[in-house]
Design a protein around this ligand. Structure first.
Ligand SMILES: *[C@@H]1O[C@H](CO)[C@@H](O)[C@H](O)[C@H]1NC(C)=O
Ligand SMILES: *[C@@H]1O[C@H](CO)[C@@H](O)[C@H](O)[C@H]1NC(C)=O
Ligand SMILES: *[C@@H]1O[C@H](CO)[C@@H](O)[C@H](O)[C@H]1NC(C)=O
Ligand SMILES: *[C@@H]1O[C@H](CO)[C@@H](O)[C@H](O)[C@H]1NC(C)=O
Ligand SMILES: *[C@@H]1O[C@H](CO)[C@@H](O)[C@H](O)[C@H]1NC(C)=O
Length: 674
């Protein structure tokens, strides 16, 4: 069945869809103390948890969605000049590498696929490519997207800016795309916010962050790549701050406001953070990532009163040898729950350091394209930061996500008093396939994640999909007490399985675990054989985007390992090795250790949205995102299974809840849609 590739005119369809789903984020507030991690009801058929107003909105969205995207008939913006099938006949130019020569990190999968020669030309069909487009993750109508930029809340709207190429589905010509949302789930595309139109950003309007000043002013600092590819920092402000949509941006006459300081490479100075202030000082602080001559990654902190003039002598906030260029540094406070601020809310970026407050430093490592964070203490007088645990310092310890996830950024949402994380999820297919399908990359937004310090362990963050995503839940099914013997695979009858929200809790047979005496040291998700690597105490979990005979499957699972001293370690992994029959893809087993405290079940939440699988173990202590491109497990052929491939332990799936998720409303803005 080849579904129709939609008429691009449908994307101009806002005029036909005058009703904006005006979900009020306050209505979707997390229950008291819930931190957005609401437990679902346990009835057998789970009703969508929505208010009457939201039901109405849902009905409208359902009707709209059914016109466009239901039953596998998905909107695909074809590449310029024809539909996907027509594009298949064109000669597609693919660069072996992209971005590095111009002064940013690698933006092509070609090196991972073995260079241009590795385009083993899988015969993607129109139907397969069309199916890959996501339904509730944010995407522009077409073309290449990368980093999220300048997220902020203003006069009733959440704003997302993003790195976008208006010309093509590969990186280049970077401008700022712009979209707004009432609820972080449904989005309206606005005109471009900024384009390369000055010498100081001629080579690209690169990443940046927004800061709201107490007088309501909004300042946007961003990196420009000059005509000579020098990285400088620039200032822009809304032309009309009273416009809730902030449609027009004006670049400062003072640009560039910061150029690379002595000792810093001309192409190693980018991605300013949201600014913050400290008690008893009027100066704002801004951090910028870089590296030194010995390849140590670092963050510099500049002080400024007016965002135009900066103290020329930046503080060295933190440096970690061997980690290379730090891109997209993020710096923010989190509550420890033992001080003034409540443990279940986020903190405003300028929340004062002190008892009950820790600070997180995050860096996106150019060298390996992963986002690393560490928790520590900020010294406001010196603008330096010290990690709690030097073994887990920035760039060598914990990651936000062990899969495909990069260049993330948080912002403080004053409405629900939470810190919200956005991230760029790139492609792991070939550029050729991206050009054929006409787009590349998506944001975890919608569905962004709330970020909190894990007050139970004190040593990691918790990430969880924003509570508003639960408004997309439609019918749900619940399975309880499913016994999983050694080597078993159990299909779950959930109907369509390409847009799902899954919550599962597992329990292992403690006596069997006790009986295992052999130690398995050195297990590592990445180097293991994935779901096919049978150990005594794992793998067990779920298979998603699997077809009936499991010729394709993506496994999300736990794997327990006994140490020589008898101690138990829990790994959480995601295996893409059999995710697709296609060969022009990067396929990996991702994962890491996940902390499990005494008495806790093993729990996982999984969001499946066509070509993306996002998984959260133990309430979000360890997260993994995969891009998966099945060729058979698509449309009505996608299934979900439980499995246990351990050789020595029985596992019980105590509870599995699976909801169908509706499509988000992501359309161009038109005045009539307000
Ligand atoms: C950038 O834009 C120019 C036209 O302005 C176009 O010729 C070129 O192919 C574009 N490059 C990419 C990588 O999109
Ligand atoms: C700020 O100033 C007040 C009054 O001088 C003082 O009590 C307080 O300790 C100062 N706070 C910090 C963080 O320096
Ligand atoms: C697992 O193996 C990968 C690839 O060799 C390596 O980069 C990573 O550090 C290893 N992880 C652990 C926890 O040893
Ligand atoms: C379990 O392991 C066997 C042997 O490696 C493999 O053939 C099978 O596909 C695995 N099961 C799952 C669900 O991956
Ligand atoms: C373990 O899972 C079961 C089934 O969902 C649940 O009833 C129980 O409360 C969970 N236990 C813990 C400690 O969360």
């Amino acid at each position: 069945m080849i579904p129709p590739v939609a008429d691009p005119a449908m994307l101009e369809g806002a005029a036909r869809s005058p009703l904006l789903p005006a979900t009020d984020p306050r209505r979707a507030a997390a229950p008291a103390g819930g931190a957005g991690q609401r437990r679902p009801s346990s009835s057998t058929v789970l009703p969508a948890v929505v208010s009457a107003v939201l039901l109405l909105v849902l009905a409208v969205v359902t009707i709209l969605a059914s016109q466009h995207v239901d039953n596998g008939q998905r909107v695909v913006m074809p590449p310029a000049g024809g539909d996907v099938a027509a594009a298949a006949g064109r000669v597609v130019e693919v660069a072996a590498t992209r971005g590095v020569a111009e002064g940013v990190s690698e933006k092509s999968t070609a090196p991972l696929l073995g260079g241009a020669g590795a385009l083993r030309d899988y015969s993607w069909t129109n139907a397969m490519l069309a199916w890959q487009r996501t339904a509730f993750h944010f995407q522009p109508p077409k073309n290449w997207m990368n980093d999220p930029n300048g997220p902020l809340y203003h006069k009733g709207w959440y704003h997302l800016f993003y790195q976008w190429n208006p010309h093509s589905a590969v990186w280049g010509n970077i401008t700022w795309g712009h979209a707004v949302s009432r609820d972080l789930v449904h989005w309206l595309h606005l005109p471009l916010a900024m384009v390369p139109d000055h010498w100081y950003d001629a080579n690209g309007v690169w990443s940046g962050s927004a800061t709201r000043l107490p007088d309501g002013r909004i300042v946007m600092l961003y990196t420009g790549s000059t005509a000579d590819s020098v990285q400088v920092q620039n200032l822009a402000e809304p032309a009309d701050p009273s416009d809730p949509l902030l449609r027009e941006w004006v670049k400062s006459d003072a640009n560039p406001v910061l150029v690379p300081p002595p000792g810093i490479g001309l192409k190693d100075f980018r991605d300013p953070t949201t600014a913050w202030r400290v008690p008893n000082d009027t100066a704002w602080r801004v951090a910028i990532g870089s590296k030194d001559r010995s390849h140590a990654g670092l963050a510099l902190v500049y002080r400024t009163e007016d965002f135009v003039r900066y103290d020329p002598d930046p503080a060295l906030m933190h440096v970690v040898p061997g980690t290379g260029m730090w891109e997209c540094v993020d710096f923010y406070p989190v509550a420890t729950g033992s001080g003034g601020a409540g443990e279940n809310s986020g903190l405003e970026t300028s929340a004062p350091p002190g008892p009950g407050v820790k600070h997180v430093v995050k860096a996106s490592l150019d060298d390996d394209k992963h986002d690393y964070y560490a928790i520590g203490t900020y010294d406001a007088a010196a603008d330096t930061w010290t990690p709690d645990d030097t073994v887990n310092d920035v760039g060598i310890g914990l990651r936000y996500d062990y899969g495909k996830f990069y260049a993330s950024k948080t912002f403080y949402d004053p409405v629900l008093r939470r810190r919200v994380l956005w991230g760029w999820v790139g492609e792991t297919d070939s550029e050729r396939a991206d050009i054929l399908k006409g787009w590349a990359s998506l944001q975890i937004g919608s569905i962004p994640r709330t970020v909190l310090l894990d007050t139970k362990t004190g040593s990691n963050l918790l990430q969880w999909p924003v509570v508003e995503v639960e408004n997309l839940r439609m019918s749900g099914k619940s399975f309880g007490g499913v016994a999983l013997g050694h080597g078993s695979v159990v299909p779950l009858d959930v109907g369509k399985a390409t847009q799902l929200d899954i919550e599962a809790e597992f329990e292992v047979d403690a006596a069997a675990v006790e009986a295992v005496t052999e130690a398995e040291v050195g297990f590592n998700c990445s180097t293991s054989a994935g779901a096919a690597g049978r150990g005594m105490l794992g793998p067990f979990g779920l298979l998603v985007l699997a077809d009936e005979d499991r010729s394709e499957q993506t496994a999300v699972y736990f794997y327990l390992v006994k140490g020589t001293d008898g101690s138990l370690k829990t790994f959480f992994c995601q295996d893409e090795l059999r995710g697709s029959k296609a060969n022009d893809l990067v396929k990996r087993v991702y994962g890491s250790v996940v902390p499990v405290l005494n008495g806790e079940n093993l729990s996982v939440r999984i969001l499946v949205d066509h070509s993306i699988v996002e998984s959260f173990a133990q309430g979000g202590r360890t997260c993994i995102t995969s891009r998966v491109y099945p060729t058979r497990a698509i449309y009505d052929s996608a299934r979900v299974f439980l499995f246990n491939n351990a050789t020595n332990v029985h596992v019980t799936a105590k509870s599995v809840k699976i909801w169908q998720l509706n499509s988000a409303y992501i359309r161009p803005y038109s005045a009539s849609s307000l």
